[in-house]
Write a protein that binds this ligand. Structure first.
Ligand code: C2O
Ligand code: CU
Length: 541
C-alpha cells in the first residue's frame, strides 16, 4: 500500500531540524555541499509527496519479483476547438439557484464518514500490481453502511494532484449534493475538503464514484459501495455480502477483470443452511460494451432486487446468467446447501459463451467446480417475478414524452476526433435538454439504433421500466436508475419529476459518456452558479 501523503509531510520538518543542528559545526564549503544535498533530499521528498508511488516503483524494480508500477497519469484537461471554456448547463437567470436545494442540517440519526482520496498500488493477483486512486487506500473504498432515514454526512479530503467529486449513484439526493463537477459543484481541488449531506430515504444497494472526469477517475479506483439498511427488514439473510466488479487497466493496455479487486478466488464465509444475500455492483465501464455475465453454481438463487429496489415474487433460477450493465446492482438471495459450496462465476467477456474459473467467489468450504455449466439464455427483467400495481404504467398520462436515439459515428467531441456516441445524432454539450416542471410525469423512450449496449443512467430519480420494443413488462414492476439498453432495442421508462434541479442523463459506459453520450434533465426555474470547461477545470465525464 502506498504511504499516505500525510505521513510523508510529517517527516519533513524533523529532517530539516537535524540539518540545522549540524550547520553550526561545519565550514562554508562543506555547507555549500550540504546545501546541494539538502536540496536534492528536499526534491526527493517533494517527489514522494506529489507522486507517492515513486518509492514503491524503485523498490519494485529493485526486487525483480514485482513489475514496475508507474503511477496513473492525472486526467488530461481537454483543449482545442469545441472545448468549452465556461459553459453554464442550467437556465441562466432563472430565479432559484440549485445551491439552495439542501437537506436539513440535522436529523434523529446521523451517519458520518471521512473519505480521503489518495494514491495506492493495489495487488490484484499474484505478482500483479496496478496503480490506483483510492478512497482511504483501498478500492472499492470503505463500504458505507447506513440505516434508512439516516442523515449521511461524508467529509471528503483530496490528497490527489487533481480535482475530484463524489456522486451518490442511485440515491435521490438534493441536487446540490449530486457531486457532478460543473453542474452541482466545483471539483474538489488538491488539498481541499468538501462535505456532502443527504438523507438515505430508500433501502438498497448503491455506490459512489467520482463525477469529475468520471471515466478516468472511476476506472482508476475512485469508487465504493453504499448500503442502506431498511428500517423494517423484509428479507432475512444470515450473511450479507457485497462484491464490486471492476476492470483495471494494467501496463500495455491489458485489462484485468476483478471481484473485490482480485483476479483470483474470493473466499466468503457461509455455513450450511445459511441464507446469503449477495449484492453485486458493476463499477467498471465495461469498455467492450457487452455486460459482464455472472451466475451462481451450487444452489438455486433469486434476484431479489435491482438497483436497490425489491422485485415482486421473484422465482428461483438455476445457473441463469445475469447480465449486469455498468453501474447496475443485482441483489441475489440463496441458501447454502447442506454440503459443499456455492460459487459466483463470470463468463469470458470475449465471447460470452463459456464461464471462467477466475475471478470467482466461493461461499463456504470448497473450490470453483472443475466442470462449469454452459452459458444459458440470459436473465430477462421484463418477464421475471409477478405483476403488482404501480403508480406509473404505460397507460399513465404523461406530461412530457421524449424519444432519444442512441447511436455512434465518427466525429468530434471535446476537441478530439474519433468514435463519438450520440443522442439524436449529437454529442455533449450540444444535446438539447429535457425540460420538466416539478410534479410532471415524464416518459422517455431509448431507441438504440447502434450495435452496442448502452447502460443509460438518470441522476436524482428512479424510474419504472414500462416496455421493451413496445411490449409492456409481464413480470414484477422494475424500478431502476440505470437501464441496460441492448443493441437495436427500444425501452420506455416513466418517472415522476419530484426532485428539482439540474440532472445528468447519460450512458454509464463511461467511455461513451466521455465521447458524447451525456445530456441534461432540467427543471424550469433553476440556475447553477457552476460552469463546465477550461476556465474552472470542471469536466463531469
Ligand atoms: Cu454513476 Cu452520472 O453516474
Ligand atoms: Cu453507451
Amino acid at each position: 500500500m502506498a504511504q499516505t501523503p500525510t505521513k510523508e509531510r510529517e517527516q519533513m520538518p524533523r529532517e530539516t531540524d537535524e540539518e540545522r543542528l549540524d550547520e553550526r559545526k561545519l565550514g562554508p564549503r562543506t555547507l555549500g555541499m550540504m546545501g546541494l544535498l539538502i536540496a536534492a533530499a528536499c526534491a526527493l521528498i517533494l517527489v514522494s509527496v506529489l507522486k507517492p508511488g515513486f518509492f514503491q516503483n524503485i523498490a519494485a524494480s529493485g526486487s525483480g519479483a514485482n513489475q514496475v508500477v508507474t503511477p496513473l497519469p492525472p486526467p488530461a484537461i481537454p483543449s482545442g476547438p469545441g472545448v468549452p471554456s465556461a459553459l453554464n448547463m442550467g437556465m441562466p437567470g432563472a430565479q432559484t439557484s440549485i445551491t439552495s436545494l439542501q437537506e436539513p442540517l440535522t436529523a434523529a440519526h446521523i451517519s458520518q464518514f471521512t473519505l480521503v482520496a489518495q494514491n495506492a498500488v493495489l495487488t490484484i493477483g499474484p505478482g500483479l500490481r496496478v496503480p490506483a486512486w483510492t478512497f482511504n487506500g483501498t478500492a472499492p473504498g470503505p463500504t458505507l453502511r447506513v440505516r434508512q432515514g439516516d442523515l449521511v454526512i461524508v467529509h471528503v479530503v483530496n490528497h490527489l494532484s487533481f480535482g475530484i467529486t463524489i456522486h451518490w449513484h442511485g440515491i435521490d439526493v438534493p441536487n446540490s449534493q449530486d457531486g457532478v463537477a460543473g453542474l452541482t459543484q466545483n471539483a474538489i481541488r488538491p488539498g481541499q475538503t468538501f462535505t456532502y449531506r443527504f438523507v438515505a430515504d430508500e433501502p438498497g444497494t448503491y455506490w459512489y464514484h467520482s463525477h469529475q472526469f468520471s471515466q478516468a477517475e472511476t476506472d482508476g479506483g475512485l469508487f465504493g459501495t453504499l448500503i442502506v439498511e431498511p428500517r423494517t427488514p423484509t428479507i432475512f439473510a444470515n450473511v450479507d455480502d457485497t462484491i464490486a466488479l471492476h476492470e483495471w487497466n494494467g501496463a500495455d493496455n491489458q485489462t484485468f477483470f476483478t471481484m473485490n479487486t482480485t483476479t483470483q478466488t474470493l473466499n466468503e464465509a457461509a455455513k450450511p443452511g445459511q441464507w446469503v444475500r449477495l449484492r453485486l455492483v458493476e463499477t467498471s465501464s465495461t469498455a467492450d460494451t457487452t455486460p459482464h455475465l455472472l451466475t451462481l453454481v451450487g444452489a438455486p438463487f433469486k434476484v431479489i432486487s435491482l438497483d436497490g429496489h425489491d422485485l415482486n415474487a421473484p422465482q428461483w433460477l438455476n445457473e441463469t446468467p445475469i447480465p449486469i450493465g455498468a453501474a447496475q446492482r443485482y441483489d441475489l438471495l440463496f441458501q447454502m446447501p447442506a454440503h459443499g459450496s456455492v460459487a459466483l462465476i463470470a463468463a469470458d467477456e470475449n465471447d460470452d459463451q463459456h464461464y471462467l474459473r477466475a475471478p470467482a467467489a466461493v461461499f463456504g468450504q470448497g473450490e470453483v467446480p472443475a466442470t462449469l455449466p454452459i452459458v444459458k439464455p440470459w436473465f430477462d427483467l421484463t418477464t421475471y417475478g409477478e405483476p403488482a400495481p404501480t403508480s406509473i404504467t404505460l397507460r399513465s398520462h404523461f406530461d412530457v414524452t421524449s424519444t432519444l436515439v442512441l447511436n455512434n459515428q465518427m466525429g468530434s467531441s471535446m476537441g478530439r476526433m474519433g468514435m463519438t456516441y450520440t443522442i439524436d445524432g449529437k454529442v455533449f454539450p450540444n444535446i438539447p435538454m429535457i425540460m420538466v416542471k416539478e410534479g410532471q410525469l415524464v416518459e422517455i423512450t431509448f431507441d438504440n439504433q447502434s450495435d452496442l449496449f448502452h447502460p443509460m443512467h438518470l441522476h436524482g430519480h428512479s424510474f419504472f421500466v414500462l416496455a421493451r420494443n413496445g411490449k409492456p413488462l409481464t413480470g414484477s414492476p422494475v424500478r431502476l436508475d440505470t437501464l441496460l439498453v441492448p443493441p437495436h432495442t427500444t425501452y420506455t421508462i416513466g418517472f415522476l419529476a419530484n426532485n428539482p434541479g439540474l440532472w445528468m442523463l447519460h450512458c454509464h459506459n463511461l467511455l461513451h459518456a466521455n465521447w458524447g453520450m451525456d445530456m441534461m434533465l432540467m427543471y424550469y426555474g433553476y440556475s447553477t452558479p457552476y460552469r463546465v470547461g477550461t476556465a474552472s477545470g470542471n469536466f463531469p465525464d
